[in-house]
Design a protein around this ligand. Structure first.
Ligand SMILES: [Zn+2]
Length: 217
């Protein structure tokens, strides 16, 4: 899979240290299942987590600390075992299958706006964030919006383009709060994505913007 847009280091470290809730963990784990590069990086991040626990250092790393620790790991550690390859059958990443099964074709969609279908994923009560899938029609544009550091989107099939480039299967939009973008789904097939959003919704994320023409926000 030709993945171009990856998790950032801070997200990988939070994931590896157990600092993400179930919704965000599922999106991160699903990307890792689709991305060799981040699978290797996650393995290193777990090792870093071990270092931090041993040293008793705070969770937040200073600038450059990640690279320094990576150098230590590269020079010190024995070759890691080969990562387990994702299960070949089905087009749903393994970490998502316990919620929606193994086939995107089998997902039950609910139309929520013209050209937009949604499948909400029930998480155990107490989860701070929501997790859902969207299927957005070919050619549909999403009004420009920013991210508050509170939304993460993984493309499962289809593709969209925005100022940051093309996002196709396996790509993740793990954007910081200053990024404003205006995705447009490519023609030909719907763009199906997995989204984690912090609750309560702040009316500026991808899904809210798709609803904008309906509710006038
Ligand atoms: Zn990646």
């Amino acid at each position: 899979m030709n993945v171009c847009h990856h998790l950032d280091d801070a997200t990988l470290l939070r994931y590896a240290s157990g600092g993400l809730d179930e919704a965000f963990s599922t999106v991160v784990a699903s990307h890792i299942a689709m991305c060799d590069e981040c699978r290797h990086a996650a393995r290193s991040a777990e090792a870093i987590g071990g270092y931090l626990l041993e040293d008793g250092e705070p969770e937040v790393l200073s600038t450059g600390a990640f690279d320094r620790i990576m150098e230590r790991l590269d020079s010190a550690s024995a070759p890691a075992a080969e990562p387990v390859a994702p299960e070949p059958t089905g087009d749903v990443p393994l970490p998502l299958r316990r919620f929606v099964g193994h086939s995107l074709d089998a997902v039950s969609w609910k139309t929520v706006a013209p050209g937009v279908r949604k499948h909400a994923i029930a998480l155990p009560s107490g989860s701070a964030s929501s997790l859902y899938m969207l299927s957005i029609a070919p050619g549909k544009a999403v009004p420009e919006h920013g991210h508050g550091g509170d939304e993460m989107t993984l493309i499962l099939s289809g593709a969209y383009q925005d100022a940051l480039g093309r996002f196709g299967p396996g790509d993740i939009a793990d954007l910081d709060e200053h990024v404003e973008h205006q995705p447009k789904v490519e023609p030909g097939e719907p763009c199906i994505c997995l989204v984690a959003t912090e609750a309560p919704t702040r009316f500026k994320g991808l899904f809210s913007r798709l609803l904008q023409p309906l509710v006038g926000i």
